[in-house]
Design a protein around this ligand. Structure first.
Ligand code: PRX
Length: 650
């Protein structure tokens, strides 16, 4: 979490470049007009965006049906996401985009594919027909567990074509985590690959699917893309090769006319309990939100090559690798592997090679590259870049400045975009060519979005006061619920303040009304821009027979933003050894996935608790970060616990 005191002392300002502003999709006048309209009548404002950016088969009857906390947008309207991402680009403007690259893909080993809109349309129609042949119907859930290959985008779009909501599970999650998600979402079909390439080697995916399916009976079909050609076992009657099914599939498949509120996807994210939440997004509002924000914030032009480095397994990949860019008719780039393979300049090489114009990445990656040295980006011609974006965590001003100078050569506006899995699309952001930026601030709300900062009592915190970041009005891309759990949906987001969404982040606002996001204030950690719940890691740890009790906290880390520290009390008879630490780290990887591995495990006989038995995480956070605790310890049950934990430190 960045130090807000130092952030608020940040005095550097970057005014929009007039040359950029002249050509920008949205200029000062447009934005002023948009803000005026949106403030006056947000529903009317979003309706105008839905009309302008989306093709509807049937117009809506009502813009918004808001029965807090349940929203329905564009009620009665009918549309199809894959139609908006594909078909209309083949027809509009005399078919000008037919042969435009929809996806530029590069595999980690250096193999490449450039897929035009016409070709992507054919592949999507074929795979939609495959899904139909396999008995998938409108409403059936399909789980995708795949590497970053074009087939992932094809599968997503094919699902949307027939109205089968997808649920993508990031390839870094373990078999156990995959099984939990398959069961929770009730999927009958899983689409996967033999494996994917990472750091020069093939990592297995099909094997994890096999392991997951040993523990659940829900799935009857597994479709497997051949990517790495590693050995896989194909179970007769259940497992089918993608290429066999595609061979004879017809390239014609009409797009289903779906209700605006038809479920589009479910994406699991961590919350403050041990069980991940299935965040539900629907069709019309989501597509309006991501397409509108994509065009305006990234200033996309038909000739641009746009690259968002996120894995499609996360929300950024859903909204700003696939749906936003394709609905806008852009060229979106996908890269399969790790940023530093085979060398520390792989990303910069890719920018030079493909002439990337717009680049969107996460602060953790920027910090990694700062550490690796300027010589790597400096080896490459990055002059094609004209706009840079940041997402996933607060960007510290020094990382911002490095991004601005070393990557952007002081020529590119930076858009720092704040949003969440739950919000569907970007909510607080700079608008290039319009908003003056301040390093470390996500700046101002997007028109039609109404964030505010409240104190604990729900009063507006007056600038420069800090507090809890809330959203006061519904917005089109908002989550429609937690899959199968309306009670948790209400409790989690809507119970703190009446009819107001609480996002779990703390923020400050300065005298210019700029937002400075401080990071999570709930029990969710942000590791390299990815959310992991402390409870999730704790549940994984205590599921090991040698663990009596565990408490997990985050501590600041230069590269990953936050690192996971676990305080563990072993069960009687279990020795607190280094070997046991390794076992526990392996156990967490197995239960959740490598992204949730603790960076540090500390053994302790007891955890600091209040008299009512609650673990005092605040103290543990201080101990883990090596800072002297200044907070109140009067409720601590046993002071000797604290002394021994600190002693452990020394
Ligand atoms: O804490 C905020 C942080 O990421 C959280 C959302 O995580 P997730 O749902 O995984 O989505 C990440 C990608 C949109 C937020 O609650 N966050 C995201 N973007 C920013 C950010 N924190 C500060 N600045 C940002 N630009």
């Amino acid at each position: 979490m960045p130090d807000i005191e130092s952030l608020l002392k940040e005095t550097r300002r970057f005014k929009p470049d007039p040359a950029f502003a002249r050509e920008a999709n949205w200029n000062k006048k447009t934005v002023a007009e948009h803000r005026k309209q949106a403030d006056k009548n947000p529903e009317k404002y979003w309706a105008a965006r839905a009309k302008e950016n989306i093709t509807w088969f049937t117009p809506w009857k009502k813009v918004l049906d808001w029965k807090p906390p349940f929203a329905k947008w564009f009620v009665g309207g009918k549309l199809n996401v894959s139609y908006n991402c594909l078909d209309r680009h083949l027809e509009e403007d005399g078919g000008a985009r037919r042969n435009k690259a929809a996806i530029i893909w590069e595999g980690e080993p250096g193999d490449t594919r450039v897929i035009t809109y016409a070709e992507l349309h054919r592949e999507v129609c074929k795979f939609a027909n495959v899904l139909k042949t396999q008995g998938i119907k409108k409403g059936d859930r399909v789980v995708l567990y795949m590497p970053m290959i074009p087939e992932l985008a094809i599968a997503m779009l094919a699902c949307t074509r027939i109205g089968a909501p997808h649920s993508i599970v990031f390839g870094g999650f373990s078999a156990d985590a995959l099984r939990d998600r398959i069961d929770d979402v009730g999927a009958k079909t899983v689409i996967t690959a033999d494996g994917g390439f990472r750091k020069g080697a093939g990592f297995p995916l099909k094997q994890a699917v096999d392991d997951a399916l040993k523990m659940t009976k829900a799935v009857d079909t597994v479709i497997v893309v051949e990517r790495t050609k590693q050995d896989v076992k194909m179970k007769k009657g259940r497992d089918l090769w993608w290429h066999d099914l595609m061979k004879d599939a017809s390239p014609k498949c009409a797009a289903a006319k779906l209700d605006s509120e038809h479920p589009l996807f479910i994406l699991y994210t961590s919350g403050s309990t041990g069980k991940p939440k299935g965040i539900l997004h629907t069709t019309g509002g989501y597509l309006t939100h991501v397409t509108t924000t994509f065009k305006a914030i990234f200033d996309i032009k038909d000739s641009d090559v746009y690259w968002c480095t996120a894995d499609i397994g996360w929300i950024t990949g859903h909204s700003y690798v696939v749906y936003g860019p394709l609905a806008a008719g852009a060229t979106t780039m996908m890269y399969e592997g790790v940023p530093v393979h085979p060398g520390p300049d792989r990303w910069w090489e890719l920018i030079e090679k493909w002439g990337v114009n717009i680049f969107y990445t996460a602060p953790t990656a920027i910090r990694t590259f700062i550490r690796l040295g300027d010589e790597h980006p400096n080896k490459h011609d990055l002059s094609s870049l004209r706009l840079l974006g940041s997402v996933g965590e607060p960007i510290n001003p020094e990382a911002w400045m490095w991004y601005h100078k070393v990557i952007g050569k002081k020529n590119c506006p930076i858009v720092d975009t704040w949003w969440q899995t739950e919000t569907g699309g970007i909510m607080i952001t700079s608008l290039p060519g319009v908003v003056t930026t301040k390093p470390g601030s996500a700046t101002l709300p997007f028109p039609g979005i109404d964030p505010e900062i409240y104190d604990e009592e729900g009063n507006v915190a007056k600038p420069p006061g800090g507090g809890l970041l809330v959203l006061r009005k519904p917005w089109p891309g908002m989550l429609r619920g937690i899959w199968g759990d309306n009670k948790r949906f209400k409790e989690q987001y809507w119970s703190r303040f009446e009819d107001t969404y609480f996002c779990g982040d703390g923020a400050h606002r300065d005298k210019d009304g700029y937002f400075w996001i401080m990071g999570r204030i709930d029990d969710v950690m942000n590791i390299s821009g990815h959310r992991i719940g402390t409870m999730e890691v704790e549940s994984a740890l205590v599921s090991h027979k040698g663990v009596a009790e565990a408490a997990v906290v985050g501590r600041p880390d230069d590269i990953t933003g936050t690192a996971i520290v676990a305080f563990v009390s072993p069960r009687g008879g279990t020795k607190a050894t280094d070997a046991f630490k390794k076992t526990l780290i392996g156990h967490v990887s197995k239960e959740i996935g490598a992204i949730a591995r603790p960076a540090e495990i500390r053994f302790t006989d007891a955890l600091p608790k209040t008299r009512s038995g609650k673990i005092m995480r605040r103290l543990l956070r201080d101990i883990a970060s090596g800072v002297e605790s200044t907070g109140d310890t009067s409720t601590l049950e046993d002071f000797s616990v604290l002394a021994s934990l600190r002693g452990d430190e020394d």
